[in-house]
Design a protein around this ligand. Structure first.
Ligand SMILES: *Cc1c(COP(=O)(O)O)cnc(C)c1O
Length: 364
């Protein structure tokens, strides 16, 4: 909708930290102070909530701040069950911050329903599922997990960062809260940090999350919210194009003599291929490969890359290649010969040629 003052099509950026009060003490336009709410943040929250078909969304300064708030809204003594191969930063946050704070945490392989059943023999408040997971791109069955969780009085939170609402709709499977690191596909250009929580329905738990967002202030800047709102308008086109290229690259690599294994859930050899077919609406743009040989060979392949950039993160328009074990640190459980591949918007042929050359070329 064009703005009312000048008819501009792109929405204005509102930098004001404070908003005018009426003579009677009210705030007739609904905004008081920028930590509580800001028009750009408000627009972004509305847009992502619609895309996920939720009832409300709360934006944060990063994906980690969003996830922190999920756990802060619980009480010391509460128990949570978390996907054992979820984002490394989340496992660190639990171990270094929330376990000392009093949260009881069990890491469980959420692709195994029987493991989850055993874990639910003791009460839990939340099951935190990252699917697809990262870097092994495992798929957990959201319908089965939510049925089981709800019958045990637990809520299900799904980290939907990798699939995005274009490829996976967690609320259709009964999930209660969706998380995104919008730093990845939602913003999509490697230039805006952010995170968001989206609710399927209103609840006391959701009210605590909103309260903590406004009180503690881990909120995105107006500019980050403005950028990410704009980037959501191209999300579906980007993710479809990136995912299609990624799948073609995964097929090429699966047949390549320099590769031991390709982890992409749209390949029939993937252990979760059947769940992925039911749950995902298309191929994801993030996958990983295990290079024949070991750590040295994997490092050599990454070192040879030219079109792929050596950098962490994913979701942007530039393709990235990353040796995961060395960035995750000494306690990483990632295979040492694994490279994570985040496909951007470059042409398929250029990316394929780059990988082919990097795999066969000697060290420089
Ligand atoms: C990056 C990421 C996070 C953390 O988000 P930040 O924006 O980096 O704080 C959480 N979950 C997943 C799946 C991620 O990829």
């Amino acid at each position: 909708m064009p703005d009312k003052a000048y008819g501009a099509l792109a929405p204005p950026l509102y930098l004001s930290t404070t908003f005018e009060r009426s003579a009677d003490g009210s705030y007739p336009l609904g905004f008081e102070y920028a930590r509580d709410d800001n028009p750009n943040r408000h627009d972004f929250e509305h847009a992502i909530s619609e895309m996920e078909a939720g009832v409300d969304a709360a934006a944060f300064a990063s994906g980690s701040a969003a996830i922190m708030t999920l756990f802060q809204a619980l009480r010391p003594g509460d128990r949570v069950i978390v996907s054992h191969d979820c984002y490394y930063g989340v496992r660190q946050m639990l171990e270094r911050v929330f376990v000392p704070w009093g949260l009881r945490v069990d890491l469980v392989d959420t692709t195994q329903l029987s493991a989850l059943e055993r874990a639910l023999e003791n009460p839990a408040k939340i099951i935190f599922v990252e699917t697809p997971s990262n870097p092994l791109i495992r798929i957990s069955d959201l319908t089965q997990i939510t049925q089981l969780a709800h019958s045990h009085g637990a809520l299900v939170v799904c980290d939907n960062t990798i699939a995005t609402p274009e490829l996976q709709r967690p609320f259709e499977h009964g999930v209660d809260v969706v998380v995104h690191s919008t730093t990845k596909y939602c913003s999509g250009h490697h230039d805006a940090m952010g995170g968001v929580l989206v609710a399927r329905e209103h609840s006391a738990y959701w009210e605590s999350i909103r309260f903590l967002q406004r009180l503690c202030g881990c909120v995105p800047s107006p500019f980050a919210a403005w950028l990410t709102s704009r980037d959501l308008t191209t999300l579906s086109l980007r993710v479809r194009a990136q995912g299609d290229t990624a799948f073609r690259l995964a097929q090429f690599l699966e047949a390549h003599p320099g590769i031991e294994r390709v982890h992409h859930p749209s390949l029939p050899a993937h252990p979760d291929y059947e769940v992925a077919r039911r749950q995902l609406r298309g191929p994801v743009a993030l996958f990983s490969i295990q290079v024949r040989g070991g750590r040295e060979e994997a490092m050599r392949v990454a070192a040879n890359a030219r079109v792929f950039k050596r950098a962490t993160s994913f979701g942007g328009v530039e393709s990235l290649i990353e040796h995961r074990a060395s960035i995750e640190g000494p306690r990483s459980t990632t295979p040492p010969n694994l490279l994570r591949i985040a496909v951007g918007l470059e042409p398929f042929d250029a990316l394929k040629a780059d990988l082919d050359r990097s795999l066969v070329a000697p060290a420089e």
